[in-house]
Design a protein around this ligand. Structure first.
Ligand code: 89Y
Length: 348
């Protein structure tokens, strides 16, 4: 089987897990790494048997653009646009970029437009919706067993010391909605479709960080259903949810719950009673146990993107699709700033 060649742009904390997801699929092989600190790229390159290592992105693109099937951008959010633009200008037609797409709404729109105009496919690596328990939740909702959902709650409540592994998160002027809201709000869209209106309130509980660490978003979905989404890195709760979400969905014929915490238990309650199944997450020696369901989901999203690149299907997380999640993030900040309900038709 021909393996697609790719370059990794950015070899920080997340890149190791992202890279480990690729060999599980056997369809893609990294050939070059870029990082602004060369030593970091070199040590990762040793680990993955990659020969070409750069701290100058222009040289990487000059030397390899002609042979790359795609690039995988895993840098800090404020550099995403720059690297997408450089890859597009170098003629690369398949571009994967980590979430969140960009550090603001205008840049995210510009990124999607840039790729569209150049005929390049942009994929946003928004992996939470690919977590195995959430795929099972979707299957159960689609089966109709709980009937039409009439209200739902999606929660991410955690006190996990996330800043130890990713110190740059402390400095983000907008933290919780860009970092976790990308996941939580994308899951809301994945399970329940688009929202029409939202209201949001944010708080900073941890005084050692620049941005907010708590947000509550109330949405009205296109089908009229109210959806309450909450996310927090300031929570001291019995069942910490890192790094997944908990859910409660109520439908006309029953309800569905995911949780508590990291139990990966999906319970369906109908007039006949409650049936609970535990979703087993396969073991990978490279995955961090604290992030296991999150790291494992990387394999599934990579498979979906790889298939799309090879012309074998549609990628769920295209730039265009993810822009709708980004819209929710920035409409939430706008709502929090103005203390107002936002009509999403008017937020563009
Ligand atoms: O982006 C988040 C994720 O996927 O897991 C943890 C994280 O990196 C920081 O909240």
């Amino acid at each position: 089987m021909k393996k697609l060649k790719f370059a990794v742009i950015g070899t920080g904390f997340w890149s190791f897990y992202q890279l480990k997801g690729w060999p599980e699929l056997e369809g893609a092989i990294p050939i070059a790494f870029y990082n602004k600190t060369l030593s970091k790229a070199e040590s990762l390159a040793k680990n993955f048997g990659v020969k070409h290592v750069y701290d100058d992105i222009d040289t990487l693109l000059d030397n390899h653009a002609h042979e790359l099937d795609f690039v995988d951008i895993i840098t800090d959010v404020d550099t995403h646009y720059k690297f997408v633009e450089m890859a597009v200008d170098a003629g690369i037609k398949e571009i994967i970029c980590q979430k969140p797409m960009a550090s603001d709404w205008e840049t995210a729109k510009k990124m999607v437009e840039k790729c569209r105009d150049a005929g390049a496919s942009l994929y946003i690596h928004e992996n939470f919706r690919w977590q195995a328990p959430l795929r099972r939740v979707k299957e159960i909702l689609d089966s109709g067993i709980i009937g039409n959902p009439f209200k739902a709650r999606v929660s991410f409540l955690s006190g996990f010391p996330v800043f130890d592994n990713q110190p740059f998160l402390r400095e983000l002027p907008h933290f919780i909605l860009t970092d976790m809201g990308s996941h939580v709000l994308d899951i809301c869209r994945f399970l329940f479709g688009e929202a029409t209106k939202l209201w949001c309130q944010c708080k900073t509980v941890n005084r050692e960080i620049r941005g907010e660490d708590v947000a509550v978003v109330m949405m009205e979905m296109a089908n009229g259903m109210p959806l309450y989404a909450e996310m927090s890195y300031a929570s001291i709760v019995e069942h910490d949810m890192f790094s997944t979400v908990n859910l409660l969905v109520e439908g006309e014929k029953g309800s569905l719950a995911l949780g508590p915490g990291r139990s990966f238990a999906v319970s369906v309650t109908t007039a006949e009673g409650t049936r609970t199944e535990k979703i087993e997450i396969p073991y990978y020696d490279w995955a961090d146990p604290d992030y296991i369901v999150n790291h494992e989901s990387g394999i599934h999203i990579n498979r979906n993107i790889l298939d799309a690149i090879m012309g074998k299907g549609r990628a769920e997380n295209s730039g265009e699709d993810n822009l709708e999640t980004v819209r929710l993030i920035w409409a939430s900040y706008e709502s929090a700033r103005r203390g107002k309900l936002i009509d999403l038709k008017e937020f563009d």
